[in-house]
Design a protein around this ligand. Structure first.
Ligand code: PMP
Length: 494
């Protein structure tokens, strides 16, 4: 298909890609890159399938709110599906999952309810159940909804088999969170490719399957409380603190041939190698799964075909340990590259910089002068700004945090482009203040300066004093105003 009727039609049919540098030469190691799904993870498949199944059965009524407990990717997939189909969505998530996930969910229009990290996966599940019961919302139940496994039997397996083009598949390697992928793919492969070994990977410090200890259950066969072998681990999306119904089913039906433990460090290192040696950018659980697949590959016979699941994209992990030692600033090697030529260097003082072009004296525009005078006389707080400049944005943040109204004249906005009026005002400001930069801020007719001068003025109590003298109400702001600068400016402003 080259044209789609809506974004949901683009889910699935993810590519199977051969690893040419990371894999040992005697095997063919293929990765199934689920980040090709529209929201960047394997869970898009399940999100669409569960909602469409519930629509068909009538379990989900038009306009009814959808709710789910999720470590993030399910929520993000559901947020896309619910946005496209017009259902409100509430996502319940433990606070220890990465903040990127929360922000993405809210960007997509979902509500996010956080639960304490100490309550683990069980706690977030209980909260979702409680909310669903009390408000009559549709709970997706990804941990035991058979649709979560079926979608893999019906889509992921045929995709893999079609791509193998009749060649035998020696092993399929996956981790498990809900167990949907493991259960569903294993079920399909047992049927269509019974010789394929199913390898389940799990964190080495939380061997909920490898320990062989059964999950405590209630009389209904539902998991009850944490598994005794569970420990907090690095692989977001893998092994919650209990063995889910779908995972348990895979164990009971003897769908798993091998359990491969994976150390957290190895997961991160493998994810990085995948990025640097194969150009494939994925998250922590993908690195973990590939590490397991490499163990399988090392033992596999010559010519064996191995398929490894890569559940999601790496962009979701910028705030996590996966990126902890990735620098923001230039490291010594990069500084050396910068210094290897003379121009445009960060380390050079302005004294060494080429002299700026001579400033041409221009006649000031009388209307612009009158405009500045009148505005400064009339408005208690005035900022001459650029519409999208980050320093202006930071100053606006301080005014907003203190509930102070600021008259902002955005010199580069459409409104001030007429007759080049914005630039004429700028020339007046440069002459009056002696500073060519923007913003320039006036408070109580007094020229304060730019953003950092405003922040210093606030820190010293001058701003509060001026507001009090002018009888202007304001809210206290007792944090360091410099925290309002965008992240990249922090190191240079302080
Ligand atoms: N990795 C990540 C990043 C995930 O979000 C998930 C889903 N929780 C998994 C792996 C495991 O997939 P499944 O739920 O199908 O077992």
């Amino acid at each position: 298909m080259t044209r789609y009727n809506n974004i949901l039609e683009t889910i699935g049919r993810t590519p199977l890609v051969r690893l040419n540098r990371l894999a040992p030469e005697h095997v063919n190691l293929y990765v199934k890159v689920e980040s090709f799904n529209p929201m960047g993870s394997v869970k898009d498949r399940m999100a669409r399938a569960i909602i469409e199944d519930a629509q068909a059965s009538g379990a989900l009524q038009p306009g009814q709110t959808v709710i789910e407990a999720t470590s993030g990717n399910t929520g993000i997939g559901l947020a896309m599906v619910c946005a496209q189909k017009g259902y409100p969505l509430v996502v319940v998530m433990a606070e220890n999952f990465s903040v990127e996930r929360r922000k993405m969910l809210r960007f997509l229009g979902a509500k996010v309810v956080l639960t304490p990290a100490s309550e683990k996966g069980t706690g977030m599940l209980k909260k979702a159940e409680e909310l669903a019961r009390q408000h009559g919302w549709f709970l997706c139940r990804q941990f035991d909804n058979p649709v979560n496994a079926r979608v893999h039997t019906q889509t992921t397996v045929p995709e893999i088999l079609a791509d193998m083009q009749g060649e035998p598949l020696y092993a399929f390697v996956t981790g498990f969170g809900t167990g949907g992928t493991l259960n569903g793919v294993a079920t399909g492969l047992r049927q269509h490719s019974p010789m394929t070994q199913i390898v389940a990977a799990e964190p080495d410090n939380a061997p909920v399957l490898g320990s062989g200890i059964a999950q405590p259950q209630d009389v209904m066969g539902n998991p009850q409380g944490s598994h005794p072998s569970f420990k907090p681990h690095l692989m977001q999306g893998w092994s919650p603190d209990f063995v889910s119904r779908l995972t348990q089913e895979a164990v009971s039906d003897q769908l798993i041939d091998q359990i491969q433990p994976v150390p957290g460090d190895a997961a991160m290192a493998t994810s990085r190698r995948l990025a640097r040696q194969e150009g494939i950018f994925v998250g922590t659980s993908s690195g973990a799964t590939l590490y397991a697949a490499l163990q399988v590959a090392a033992q596999a016979p010559a010519g064996a075909n191995i398929v490894c699941m890569l559940p999601d994209t790496g962009e979701r992990y910028l705030s996590t340990p996966l990126f902890a030692d990735i620098d923001e600033d230039m490291n010594p090697e990069e500084v050396a590259i910068s210094k290897s030529t003379q121009g445009f260097r960060f380390d050079r003082s302005s004294a060494a910089a080429p002299a700026p072009a001579a400033v041409v004296e221009v006649a000031l525009d009388a209307d612009a002068e009158a405009f500045v005078d009148e505005l400064v006389a009339k408005e208690p707080v005035v900022m001459f700004a650029l519409e999208w400049c980050e320093f202006c944005w930071s100053a606006r943040n301080l005014f907003a945090a203190m509930n102070v109204t600021c008259k902002s004249v955005d010199l580069d906005s459409v409104e001030y482009q007429n007759n080049d009026f914005g630039n004429k005002i700028r020339a007046v400001l440069a002459k009056r203040t002696g500073a060519p930069t923007i913003p320039q801020i006036y408070i109580g007719q007094q020229h304060i300066g730019g953003c950092t001068e405003l922040f210093d003025y606030q820190r010293d109590g001058g701003f509060a004093g001026a507001l009090t003298r002018m009888d202007i109400q304001y809210s206290e702001f007792d944090k360091d105003p410099y925290t309002l600068l965008p992240q990249w400016l922090h190191s240079r402003a302080s």
